[in-house]
Every structure is written in C-alpha cells, then in structure tokens.
Design a protein around this ligand. Sequence first.
Ligand SMILES: Cc1cc2nc3c(=O)[nH]c(=O)nc-3n(C[C@H](O)[C@H](O)[C@H](O)COP(=O)(O)OP(=O)(O)OC[C@H]3O[C@@H](n4cnc5c(N)ncnc54)[C@H](O)[C@@H]3O)c2cc1C
Length: 645
Amino acid sequence: MKLWNEGDPIADKAAPDGPIETRWERRQFGAKLVNPANRRKLTVIVVGTGLAGGSAAATLAEAGYKVRSYCYQDSPRRAHSIAAQGGINAAKNYRNDGDSVYRLFYDTVKGGDFRARESNVYRLAQVSVNIIDQCVAQGVPFAREYGGLLDNRSFGGTQVSRTFYARGQTGQQLLLGAYQAMERQIAAGNIEMHARHEMLELVVVDGRARGVVVRDLVTGEITTDFADAVVLASGGYGNVFFLSTNAKGCNVTATWRAHRKGALFANPCYTQIHPTCIPESGTHQSKLTLMSESLRNDGRVWVPKRAGDDRKPADIAEDERDYYLERIYPSFGNLVPRDIASRAAKNVCDEGRGVGPGGLGVYLDFADAITRLGRPAVEAKYGNLFEMYQRITGEDPYVTPMRIYPAVHYTMGGLWVDYDLQSTIPGLFVIGEANFSDHGANRLGASALMQGLADGYFVLPNTINDYLAAGPYPAVAADDPAVVSARASVEDRISALLAVDGDRTVDSFHRELGHIMWEYCGMDRTEQGLTKAISLIRALREEFWTRVKVPGTGEQLNQNLERAGRVADFFELAELMCVDALHRTESCGGHFRAESQTPDGEALRHDDAFSYVAAWEFTGTGEPPVLHKEALGFEYVHPTQRSYK
Ligand SMILES: Cc1cc2nc3c(=O)[nH]c(=O)nc-3n(C[C@H](O)[C@H](O)[C@H](O)COP(=O)(O)OP(=O)(O)OC[C@H]3O[C@@H](n4cnc5c(N)ncnc54)[C@H](O)[C@@H]3O)c2cc1C
C-alpha cells in the first residue's frame, strides 16, 4: 500500500535574502502599498477572532479596509486565546540580563530543533518588541515591578527573563485589548462581525481565494460571502487527540477545507505535548487542564528515587527524591523546553516512578519557593493557577505538591505559508496557530501569543497590501460554478451526516480516534505503530460514515451536527499526521521517533535527509497525498545536537 508520493519541491518565493537584520524592512519596502482612498474599496474576510484574527481585523480596519469577521463563539472575545495563561515573549531586555533580538531568534531556532525558517523567526523576534508597546498603549494590564516597570519571568528553553505576563491570565488580557480594538472598528462600521457562524468551505474562483461558505449556528442557514482576500486565523488542531488542553471547540475545519481546495498543509505531525497538565482522572473527561509553564520558574519537578514508592510526598525525605530535570539538565533545570520535559516525565513514569493514580504523574513542588519567598509572594504570582488546581483535584498545592503529566497542547503544523503569510492559494492568508510558520518542531513557551499578535498586528497588515494592490478583484457572481459547487458540497455533507442515522455518538468516535492518535502518534512514534494507526483510522472513519448518530436537523441549533463535521475532518487530518510522522524517520522537537534517538535518549535529527518543511498536497480522501519539500537553510544558527545540559 503506497501511503504517499513525492512531488516537486516548493520554495518560499516571498522571502528576501541578504543580511537577516534588514530582511523584514526590505520586504516591507518592496511590497506594494494601497492608497488610503482605495483601501475602502477592498474587502477582507477574516475567519477567527482570537489573538491572530482579532488583531488582524482591527489593524486592517484601522488602515481603512472593509473587514468581515467570523467566529463560531457567541462573542469574539471568547476565542480560545482567552485561555492562555503564562505570558508572551519579547526581546525588550528590561532585565538587562543579556537578552536581545538575536538571542530570542537564536533560542527560537534552536528550541524548534532547527526545523523553522531563519527569516521568519528573526522577523518574529524583531516585531516582538513592538507588540508589548502596542498592548501597553491599549491598556493591557501587564504585571509590573514595584518601581512601575513591566515585570518579566522565564519560560522554558531560555536563560533570560523575557516573558511578559498578566498574572495567569495573559491571553485573556491580550484578547481584551484586541477585542476592544475590534469593537472600535465595529462601531465605526469598518468591521462587520458575524459571531456564531462557522466557515465550512472556501470559495476559490479562477485560482484565487474569494470567499467562504458559512453556516449560521443558531438558525442553520447556509450563506456565502465574497471578498478580495480571505484570512484564516482559525487556531490549532490539538483536539484531534480528543483530550488536550485546548478549548472543546478548537478544530481543523477551516484549514482542512482550504487544504482540500489546494492549500498545502505543512508539518502536520509536529504536535506539542506540554509537560505540566493536570493528569487525566477518568473516562468522564472531555478535556485536560494546563498548569502554566510559568510555574516551573519556582516549582521543582521530582519523583521518588525508588520505583513503586507510593508513600505520601511529605513522607519522602529529600535524599529519597529525584529532582530529575535538575539532575539531567543542570544548565536549564526545571526550565528545559517542553518536548524535553515531557519526554523526561514519560521516562520516569515508564520506570515505575510515577506518582498518583496509575503512576502517571510527577510532582511539581513549591515548598522551596514558599520558604524562600513567602506564601503571599507565591500567591501574588500564581494564585489563580493554584486555585484552579485545588478546585479540580481537591488538593491544596500550597501544602501538597501538584501532580502533573504531559498532555497535548499546541500544534506547530498548519497550512503552509510563505514569508508574506500567503498560502499556496493566491489571496488566502493564514495567521496564528493555523499556519505552520515559526516554531519548527517544537514551540517555546510564551511564543504562540507572540506569533499570533506579530502576524495580526504587524506582519499581515503589511504583506497583504502587496496582494490587495492589484484589486479590487472582479465581483464574484452567486451563480459562478465555483460558488455553486462550494455551497452544494456544504449542503451535501450536512445531509450525509444527518442521513447516516446510526447508533454511535459523535463523541464516542472522537474519543476512539483520540486514543489511537495518543497511543501511536503521541509522545513517541514508531514505524510499526504509525502504520497500525493508519489502518485503524481508516477503519474507524468508514465506521463513522455508517454508524454515526446525529440527532436533530440542519435547520436549527445543533451542536451534534457541528461536532460531527469537525470530527469528520479530524479523521482525514489524523491520517495525514500519521503519514507525515511515518515519512520523517528522524526525531526532532516534539516529533520523537523511537528508532532515532541518541544513546542517552534524546531526539536524534538527520539533517542530511530531513532539513526541510514537509508540505502536503491533498489528492482525495484515503488517496496518497503528495509531499512537496521546502529546503531549510541555516546561515546564522548552525544546526547542532540540541543540548540543555
Ligand atoms: C490552556 C492554554 C494556555 C496557553 N497559554 C499560552 C501562553 O501562556 N503563552 C503563549 O504564547 N501561548 C499559550 N497558549 C497557546 C495560545 O493560546 C494559542 O496558540 C493562541 O492563542 C492561538 O491563537 P489564534 O488566534 O491563532 O487562535 P484561537 O485563539 O484558537 O482562535 C481561533 C478563532 O477561530 C475561530 N474559528 C475556528 N474555526 C472556525 C470556523 N470553521 N469558522 C469560523 N470561525 C472559526 C474561532 O471561533 C476563534 O475565534 C496556550 C494554549 C492553551 C490551550
């Protein structure tokens, strides 16, 4: 059985060359501008109102474009970005601890295990400093030091403090800033907001992205909307694993529909598994809860030295504890990157030294921090996270160490975009977690908010002009065959889902798919496991289309129907993730192939064979996808075996 074919290589033609420090400036200068008087004649559809979509919509509207925004929540400010806890990176060097744009660039390229583009990452580091200024100007209440300066803390994979935060609610505060900026433009009539609408298809006319087909989630009405360009800011797809730290609604539908229409999907197998989540407690759970990485600034991770030691943590003496991250990685200690910390936790649990029910947990202990700083200081920094932990587990983390275990958290893969953030479909731009761009094979903590806001406030609003300058594009007729067929495919799929009328719930399929993915495409992956997963996914997908039960109709609020459509797309994505993971017979970042490890169990890359972005072309459900390779070059940060020891 052939699982994929190889096609022509792909190149990022928008990327400038020359000195890296001036690439972004030169691209901005080289991009065409649109005269302010002409901007109001141009319309942009933005799908998604999280940090990426919200900031993009506000900025484009502020610039004078007409924007139409979509989200499936009842308000743009409920986008999943609101859940982000720990912070946002920026190379401000307020701490005078040796930080710089170059160091943030270096840390991110290295942290991504040399599988990201240098040009993109450098730009991200440059723009990071503007983000903080923008957000402070909006009134985002970042934590401050006694003297009034913005405070910083550290996140994994770095030895400086560059993470700006607003207690454990950074995403919420940043989103309120972007949302207020959007609201201003909604009031000004430049943004038309469509909450509770789900994009179910992309409309491509004459090879360009020209619109979307959406379903009103309250009435079920299907409508089309056309524009000069479409921006997808629809977030990540971690929920393919069923259990993850993502909000329940997070899904792949918007990007997957675009993929089916010709947009290449890059590095789908790069999944981030976050080391500090509350362990799974039973089959009743529909999601998992993150305990922010910021906690590793002060919390110490340990397990008992002896396998099977089930005494209470307080009864285990200091010399019977293994602070394994501090032992194995003395330079970075508890602040090693997430991929490293997650694998280390899995290893100690595999050795039988895990704690809590089923032995699937490690301790995150604040006793030292409370002694050193005092409880009020710990409360001030992390109070809401401690409270959340206590409410969920019934244990008081001020007294008993937290129990944590790795869980799916973020997806580095996404639609392929060039330096301009344009996909392989002209006029379709993709920003935030929905694209694959800047994090390589592993994202450093506090870098997703940075990327989403960099894309939305600063990068896209500059690069999209270059495309829009050739507009307005000819009006799209509602009876254009491309529109008629896009709309019909949405209606047919809804009818097909309702028509099955089987005997298994959507959630039961999703849960089973998630188990397969976690087991075989999770923290470690093997050729045998991935091959098995592909057959299991195919069989389950077939069963889904013959046994799924979607009660109700399409002409009403029907959350089962919404979920069924999303799960149907997850099935196709899951297979591609496994194919991608199977073809990449190296380990890098969050992608750990058990067959490719160093003698001490670290990820072993094969740069000679795999220093590329894997961009996949859709050829039909169950058909072998075509692989297009984008070669990665490293002029500044030379690939080495990553070491945090
Ligand atoms: C618990 C948690 C904590 C985190 N903490 C941090 C942190 O401290 N620092 C950090 O840097 N990162 C953090 N992250 C990651 C970060 O929050 C996300 O990567 C980021 O917020 C994604 O933003 P986004 O704008 O790309 O997408 P989202 O915020 O997910 O927004 C997606 C938007 O798209 C819309 N949408 C999706 N599909 C459709 C569709 N088909 N039709 C219409 N609308 C659609 C949704 O309605 C929503 O408005 C955290 C993640 C989690 C899960």
